[in-house]
Ligand binder design. Structure first.
Ligand SMILES: Cc1cc2nc3c(=O)[nH]c(=O)nc-3n(C[C@H](O)[C@H](O)[C@H](O)COP(=O)(O)OP(=O)(O)OC[C@H]3O[C@@H](n4cnc5c(N)ncnc54)[C@H](O)[C@@H]3O)c2cc1C
Length: 415
């Protein structure tokens, strides 16, 4: 079959969600269809490890960043393609999209189906900047490692999972270094009782985390001397301007909304995770929730009368549950089955979030952390120590990252 005759299933974003979808779909599709997997960066990151790679020298080189190429994703001779490119616009009326650089002679690409797996944006170093190279991103991580080593007092703004894990890494690598977390809520993470009903897809709400998890993490961090400031916020940076992650140059008193203050010479911002939903918002703003997620139904269809054969999953989508890698890589194979069934004219089963996806493990450096495992009908139970230590060893990179790369060229594991 000629390339022109093939129908394109375009997947935008090659991280946990997009890549796990492609792995499952590639072998199912009829010969009439091919996958075009489009990723704007030349590499992707196993994000859970970044909390350590940003603090502990050497972790940036542990191959937690892998190149996205034809050969790392697909076997030799595959008709499916990997494009290092950026999708800049969707034109649903003509079922085309626009690329930043030409592919097969054009920046206009036609699609039969399009999947938006564009994830979320967060300030450096937590996620690589759009278009950054592997070397540039490693340099960012090395800079943060050096700045944290040199700091005498670190202020972490935001006590969600990432802020807590970074505090754990710093106190493990540099015992005695002053660390303060300022968090807007009355306990670490987002503690509360989980409600049974699924949220309205047009109103994504992150489920609360288990209160026992917050209590255990608080206890461990306090024993390490971490100061915890709850129900407060840092008003502004040293010069009254917007706060940024990075060194302040000298010990500086930063004002809190409550009237108090925190003295620090390094600030780590762990707030402001924003879904990359602009491709859809530009076509139909009503298809995006107030939280910025693309509204989807239980078959991952984008809820828009303007977008047909269009799906979203992972961090960018309103699928219920936490926006985690665990969930992104569970959604990928589920959507592959749905697309395969729809192409073959069958009625696919709806996706429902598995109970296990409400399990949560939070590390505090190599020797600490806590977790809960969610069991059907029973609810959340404390995770045994060996499960927490499995995450601590390689952040589940062997199961959730390296194993995704099934192409002709293997991605070496160095952990
Ligand atoms: C520091 C940190 C620690 C974390 N720790 C954990 C953890 O311990 N456990 C856990 O389960 N989850 C964790 N998470 C969450 C997890 O990383 C995300 O939920 C997961 O990466 C979501 O996958 P995704 O594929 O939906 O999106 P992303 O990983 O954000 O990937 C989206 C991809 O789309 C690409 N893209 C975006 N726009 C375009 C475009 N227009 N054209 C082409 N490509 C585009 C991006 O470059 C990116 O590669 C952590 C996240 C962070 C930031």
């Amino acid at each position: 079959m000629t390339v022109e005759a093939l129908q394109n299933i375009v997947v935008i974003g090659a991280s946990g969600a997009g890549h796990s979808l492609v792995n499952e779909l590639a072998g199912k599709l009829p010969e009439t269809h091919r996958i075009l997997l489009i990723e704007r960066n030349e590499f992707v990151v196993h994000m859970p490890t970044i909390v350590r790679a940003a603090v502990v020298p050497g972790w940036e080189d542990k191959n937690l960043l892998a190149r996205i190429t034809q050969d790392t994703i697909f076997p030799a001779g595959s008709r499916h393609r990997v494009l290092t490119n950026t999708v800049t616009a969707l034109s649903p009326s003509s079922r085309t999209l626009t690329l930043a650089h030409p592919f097969e002679g054009s920046t206009e690409l036609s699609y039969d189906r399009v999947v938006v797996a564009t994830g979320a944006a967060q300030a450096l170093p937590m996620r690589p900047a759009p278009g950054s190279s592997l070397d540039e991103y490693k340099a960012v991580l090395r800079r943060m490692q050096a700045d944290i080593k040199a700091a005498t007092s670190v202020l972490i703004v935001g006590g969600g999972t990432v802020g807590v894990e970074v505090a754990g890494e710093i106190t493990a690598a540099y015992p005695g270094k002053k660390v303060t977390i300022v968090h807007g809520e009355p306990a670490l993470l987002h503690a509360g009782e989980r409600r049974k009903e699924q949220p309205d897809p047009k109103e994504y709400v992150a489920p609360p985390t288990a209160p026992r998890l917050s209590a255990s993490l608080e206890d461990q961090l306090k024993k390490r001397g971490v100061e915890l400031v709850y129900e407060d916020r840092v008003d502004a940076g040293a010069d009254g301007k917007e706060l940024h992650t990075g060194p302040l140059g000298q010990l500086t008193r930063l004002p809190l909304a409550s009237g108090g203050s925190v003295e620090a010479d390094y600030v780590f911002l762990s707030i402001g995770n924003a879904p990359n939903s602009s491709l859809v918002a530009d076509v139909d703003p009503s298809a995006v929730t107030r939280s910025g997620h693309i509204a989807v139904d239980a078959h991952f269809h984008i809820l828009s009368s303007k977008l047909e054969n269009a799906y979203a999953l992972g961090d960018v989508a309103s699928v219920p549950g936490w926006k985690t890698l665990v969930n992104a890589i569970a959604e990928g194979p589920a959507l592959a089955k749905i697309i395969d069934a729809e192409i073959r004219g069958k009625t696919p089963a709806a996706y429902s979030v598995p109970a296990s996806s409400y399990s949560s493990l939070v590390t505090l450096g190599p020797g600490g952390g806590a977790g809960v495992i969610a069991l059907p009908f029973i609810g959340e139970v404390g995770a045994p120590g060996f499960v927490s230590s499995m995450k601590n060893a390689d952040f589940f990179a062997s199961r959730a990252f390296y194993s995704r790369f099934r192409g002709a060229e293997s991605v070496p594991t160095t952990l």
